[in-house]
Design a protein around this ligand. Structure first.
Ligand code: C5P
Length: 232
């Protein structure tokens, strides 16, 4: 199974992003635009990044009543985006509304369900009334998402084998929490995997931010990660 690289464009401004994107163009396919950049610059920024030749993953983690999320997906569908996130905790009906809107407006768009945020642990789940271990809750929400018509999930690389064991084989699994072998243990990511290990575990895509963004040579960092993926 092949695994591709997605750059998390976690920088404060478009001026910070521009030189990085110019350098990385042609070296990697996918760029993830998150809430920070989308809130600041909106749909035009998505068009701008797509216009540079990148495939855009829009990470908005939608979560609202089914009608509102469906309408939001209808508004976003015509944008040049290849992936869009929503919270599976919004429930089956919300996910079905999102999937129907996606089919109508952008049949190639991959809707990705977020299960349990990796910032939540068992105690955090108990606080909001969920009395399940995080991995049980991830598995439960993953199945719910697949049944509701989503074709992909965002998850920790450590959850990939658990999910692969229970989900339809075509499910796309997108995993952040990746550090190149040389950098494991840096930044605030605690439960990390190397690119090669994530690919071997069954990730379809890995999301990498700081190891590329903060590298002295971002192109070399991206190429190193792609080489690791190819060797896996
Ligand atoms: O810089 P780093 O490689 O840690 O960036 C990882 C990206 O993936 C960030 O955009 C972060 O918000 C996102 N992410 C994550 N863990 C999750 C979900 C998303 O690190 N569970």
């Amino acid at each position: 199974m092949s695994c591709d690289l997605i750059l998390a464009l976690d920088v404060p401004t478009r001026e910070d992003a521009a030189p990085l994107l110019r350098q990385l163009r042609g070296h990697l396919r996918w760029v993830k635009i998150g809430l920070q950049m989308f809130t600041a610059y909106g749909p035009n920024y998505v068009r701008e990044v797509a216009g540079m030749g990148f495939q855009v993953f829009l990470d908005l983690k939608l979560h609202d009543i089914p009608n509102t999320v469906g309408k939001a997906v209808e508004s976003l569908g015509p944008l040049p985006i290849g992936m869009l996130t929503l919270h599976t905790a919004g429930g089956a009906e919300m996910m079905r509304a999102a999937a129907a809107a996606q089919q109508k407006t952008n049949p190639d768009l991959l809707l990705l369900g977020v299960t349990v945020l990796t910032s939540m642990d068992g105690a955090g789940l108990a606080e909001i009334g969920v009395n399940a271990a995080p991995d049980q809750q991830v598995a439960r929400l993953g199945r719910l998402a697949a049944d509701a018509g989503l074709r992909g999930l965002v998850c920790s690389p450590l959850e990939v084998s658990l999910l692969r064991a229970q989900l339809p084989p075509g499910m796309q699994l997108v995993t952040p929490g990746i550090r190149p072998a040389s950098e494991a243990g840096s930044d605030d990511q605690k439960r990390v995997m190397t690119p090669a290990d994530a690919a071997r575990a069954g990730s379809s895509y890995i999301v990498v931010g700081r190891p590329i963004l903060k590298a002295a040579d971002p192109v070399a960092a991206a190429r190193g990660i792609l080489a690791e993926l190819n060797s896996a």
